[in-house]
Ligand binder design. Structure first.
Ligand SMILES: [Zn+2]
Length: 404
């Protein structure tokens, strides 16, 4: 083995190659450091006296399928200037880790194309070793995103585990990047975000969120100049939940077997946007049949499709007329679920109309949520909460496999 191969293949320079051993399918290179090259690791002084060695074994990049290790007796020296005994620096590895820097870079590179599990399997190390390597890399690059440029944001909570465990996510709506992930939900979860936002001097103009009071007050307090927009995505989600409740109640009350069956099969059709109904699968016909059977379900469905038009108006004036008209029709419908919805929308009228000033929606948040859901389903789930949060911060980056 030449010293230049040591450098070019394993990232190790400035050592003497001693020998190679082959044990149990592993390749082990022994190297050593010449005493005259030893320096104090604190002050860099060459005025040092040898005080023995500590043998360390580092995992290096494999040669093909063979695990490869580098064994180095690390010199301990007493510095004449400091008067302290220390190990000399090891430039090719972090002394706290059991692998070389080039091994770490290689594992990161593989992680861009493979799952953690696959990388770990391929390199013959544990899942945690690869996870920790990725975690440090993610932390270096994403732990503290720049906030100065923020202009329009969306705030949302996501359920991450059973038992109502939540994370609060803040999204930059201009870039689609996640800029903050907080523990829990509501005002408290946002505290660290305000703390980082203030010194950034960002001028946030508008914030998209759902209609619950959870974040509303916090945003009014910390961003008094920002416009709050109760956005389309959340309004329609709420409506769909209520529509599902209505269908379920009607199904429960139905006595006719046929009617029960039709209602049962329409759950997803009711929530689908009308233009997305699949003609080939008879979805339009099936929905029409279900709606014909039940007047209140039909009214609720058509008012849902109608409400979507609120976000398609040519301007705020038209939108105002539209919204007020919708609220009146829902109130007059005699259907409790629609009347409740009308009440909610009336109470949030200005925040709904604010869409026509800021023109933002949490649409991109929906995409982010779906990616988070995919991550959640993966094996690692919640084994490391901080890692999970970092992965969310890096979610718009394609450099990593989302799966674990
Ligand atoms: Zn020193």
């Amino acid at each position: 083995m030449s010293t230049s191969l040591l450098y070019h293949a394993f990232g190790i320079r400035g050592y003497h190659y001693t020998r190679t051993d082959y044990q149990d399918g592993q390749t082990i290179f022994s190297i050593r450091q010449e005493p005259e090259t030893c320096r104090c690791s604190a002050c860099g002084s060459p005025q040092v006296v040898s005080r023995g060695r500590v043998e360390r074994r580092f995992r290096a990049v494999p040669i093909g399928r063979r695990a490869t290790f580098v064994v180095l007796p690390i010199p301990r020296v007493e510095c004449q200037a400091c008067g302290v005994v220390r190990q000399v620096k090891v430039p090719f590895a972090d002394p706290r880790r059991s692998y070389t820097n080039s091994f770490e870079r290689y594992a990161l590179e593989l992680g861009r194309r493979m799952t953690i599990r696959d990388v770990a399997l391929h390199l013959g190390v544990s899942w945690d070793v690869i996870k920790d390597i990725q975690k440090r890399d993610l932390s270096r690059r994403y732990a503290k995103p720049k906030l100065k440029h923020l202009r329009v944001i969306a705030i949302d909570e996501i359920a991450v585990a059973k038992g109502h465990r939540y994370l609060t996510v803040v999204l930059d709506l201009d870039s689609g990047a996640v800029v903050f992930v907080g523990d829990g939900k509501g005002a408290k979860a946002l505290k660290p975000f305000w703390k980082r936002l203030r010194p950034s001097k960002a001028k946030i103009e508008a914030v998209a969120m759902d209609m619950s009071p959870a974040y509303r007050e916090a945003v009014s307090t910390h961003l008094p100049a920002a416009q709050i927009v109760f956005d389309r995505f959340h309004v329609m989600k709420l409506f769909n939940e209520k529509l599902s409740d209505l269908r379920r109640a009607l199904h429960r009350e139905a006595t006719d077997v046929m009617q029960k069956k039709v209602l049962k099969g329409t759950r997803w059709l009711l929530l689908k946007a009308a233009e997305n109904l699949d003609e080939e699968r008879d979805e339009k016909k099936r929905l029409r049949e279900a709606l014909a059977l039940n007047q209140s379900l039909a009214t609720a469905y058509y008012l849902k499709e109608d409400l979507r038009q609120f976000w398609e108006q040519p301007g705020k004036r038209f939108a105002t007329v539209f919204l007020d008209g919708w609220i009146k029709r829902a109130e007059a419908s005699g259907i409790k679920m629609l009347q409740q919805m009308a009440k909610t929308l009336a109470a949030h009228r200005s925040g709904l109309l604010a869409y026509y000033d800021a023109m933002i929606t949490s649409g991109p948040m929906e995409g982010t949520n779906n990616k988070i859901k995919t991550m959640k389903r993966q094996a690692y789930g919640f084994r490391d909460r901080e890692f999970f949060k970092l992965k969310i911060l890096a979610i718009h980056e394609t450099k990593y496999e989302l799966v674990g």
